[in-house]
Design a protein around this ligand. Structure first.
Ligand code: CUA
Length: 368
């Protein structure tokens, strides 16, 4: 074999091995590492069909290899022709029955799994209901029974059924948390439903799985499963939002003012912004308790001061295609100070609504 051909084959083999080495079964978004009943049922069906196809493949290639070797042209008898015949009743009956059995073996569990995972369920006591709306390019999560609206981070109690009503505000999106459940599309006015249940507390990573133009690849989200107590404390924190806490810190106070004067309140809702009433409109990410979020811009970067200031300064540089405008000209002398102040204000949101903060304010949400 010439050297170049040998090299090409070696490169192909090594490259292939490296490529396969990149596949891992326990990745953050791996269907092969299921959690919860829906993903488990889908995983089991996948593995069953996979095992069955291995049996079919081994049998088919086995027969082929046997025939190739057994009836090959031999050097010591090049003119030998194997016995010629046409038709074989047992073979043809077998070749009809076996595939039918294989189809049944795949079809029965498939149909059973479809009914188990895709049937619309009726909410029962203990279920959590979330209205999920897909937007270009972020997620709105509304808990109608809890009075909570948030974005991009879906908090759920572990071990409880969560019913998701899926809708889109614009184009098709698809809700996909591979470890919890297969994809389900968000279609305007279609009212699709999906239910999930996370067995254990933890973070489950999700991604829009329907090409929705622009920043589709940046339309991530997280499902944060918590204990019942943690989940309830999180939901309660939305009921106890208190804007009085911003008065305490002058930097935060300045950011609080700028949040309105720079126009943020035209789009973004913050519950309790003014004397317990909220500002903003529903069709943009709700920033209530924003300081409790772990990520920014639909899961693109961690939610910290540095990333938040970079985002406020030039949103397009962080996530190309999004609808957030840059609010400062490049030569604006006040930009640095104002951006820092708004970041301080936003990061403070949520800190003031915990039980300790309530106690330090000397009141509860019921007193106004
Ligand atoms: Cu939304 Cu892709």
């Amino acid at each position: 074999m010439p050297m170049t051909q040998w090299l090409r084959r070696a490169a192909f083999l090594v490259g292939g091995m490296l490529l396969l080495g990149g596949c891992e079964f326990t990745g953050l978004q791996s269907t092969l590492d299921p959690a919860g009943p829906i993903a488990q049922a889908q995983h089991d069906l996948l593995i069953w069909s996979y095992q069955l196809s291995w049996i079919v493949m081994i049998a088919t290639f086995g027969v082929m290899a046997y025939v190739l070797i057994r009836f090959r042209r031999r050097r010591d008898d090049p003119d030998r022709i194997p016995a010629q015949f046409h038709g074989s009743a047992p073979l043809e009956i077998g070749l009809t029955i076996v595939p039918v059995l294989i189809v049944i073996a795949v079809a029965v569990p498939t149909v059973r799994t479809i009914f188990a995972t895709e049937t619309r369920v009726t909410p029962e006591a203990g279920d959590v209901i979330v209205n999920v709306t897909g937007y270009q390019w972020w997620w709105r999560f509304e808990y109608p029974e809890l009075g909570v609206v948030t974005a991009n981070e879906l908090h759920i109690p572990a071990g409880r059924r969560v019913i998701l009503n899926l809708d889109s505000a614009d184009v098709l999106h698809s809700f996909w948390v591979p470890r919890l459940a297969g994809k389900r599309d968000l279609i305007p006015n279609q009212n699709n439903q999906l239910w999930i249940e996370a067995p254990d507390p933890g973070t489950y990573y999700g991604q829009c799985a329907e090409l929705c133009l622009g920043a589709h690849a940046y339309m991530k989200f997280r499902v944060i499963a918590e204990s019942d107590a943690e989940f309830e404390a999180w939901a309660d924190s939305f009921q106890t939002v208190d804007s009085r806490a911003v008065q305490a810190d002058p930097d935060v106070q300045q950011g609080y003012q700028l949040f309105a004067t720079k126009g943020c309140t035209n789009c973004h809702t913050v519950q309790g912004y003014r004397d317990g009433s909220s500002v903003g409109t529903p069709d943009f990410p709700n920033l209530t308790n924003f300081g409790l979020r772990t990520t920014l811009a639909a899961g693109i970067v961690p939610n910290d001061r540095e990333n938040l200031e970079a985002w406020l300064r030039d949103p397009q540089a962080v996530k190309p295609g999004n609808y957030m405008p840059a609010l400062w000209q490049e030569d604006d002398p006040n930009a640095d100070e104002e951006i820092a102040a708004i970041a301080s204000y936003l990061l403070s949101l949520g800190a003031q609504s915990g039980p300790e903060a309530q106690a330090s304010l000397g009141g509860s949400h019921g007193d106004r």
